[in-house]
Design a protein around this ligand. Sequence first.
Ligand code: GLN
Length: 274
Amino acid sequence: MRLKDALGYIQNCLAIANINEAALEAELLLRHALGYSTLELFLNHGLEISDKEYRSLQALLERRLSGEPLAYITGQREFYKLDFIVNSNVLIPRPESEHLVDKALELAHSVPTPIIADIGTGSGAIAIALAVNLSNSKIYAVDISPEALGVARANAARHAVASRINFIHGNLLDSVPEAVDILVANLPYVKSDDCINSPEPHMALDGGDEGLDVIERLCTALPNKLHPEGSVLLEIGSGQAVNVVRMLQSSLSAAHIETIKDLAGIERVVWGQL
Ligand code: GLN
């Protein structure tokens, strides 16, 4: 089979299985199976693939068709224009979380040496995107999962920022040793009933009956953890803004609070500033 026919075949199988972006996923699967860049794939699209290559491709395709996310199969996901290692111990970084990074960078630029905490860092994507873009920052990255911290450390080493991030194994703010200028958190906020069949770690998704248990615990712990004029940025799910704004108001009564919409127009980040 020629490479371009293999590409068409995979795309077709993915489309029949109702997988969105079948063309993109087909290309990524094929590139992963053959170890090709986009350019190599393009230049070699008339070549025959070997039986061995075909078998490895078929095995990857079957994993994808059985519901395993593409990012876990390839072991990679791009976030904030950086490549991150991912596996089933971590949530796959989502484009909507880039809004947290954008806002945190904007806020950090008005502080000479910002101290930042990323609570529930998972793969480390948010903390590392911040460290890469803020050479003068001090960053704490906290997670309750030792396995997730292992992935985050590997990602920090890959992006040469390991020396500027303090990784902490701990629960929310319990082990953060000082008050910070900016606290960012993409905590679990999915309703328990909605994450039952998810292939991603439930620890990273499950926010209890209404999805807000963990965010509420964080809000309660916020007093004294932010510097004067410090900010907290919380990623939230659709329809949760009113409740999370209320939680922040009751914990940081003097804070100015706003919400930030994602590209789909959903209120995705709640920002509170002292
Ligand atoms: N955005 C993720 C989803 O909808 C949830 C991430 C989270 O709970 N923090 O699947």
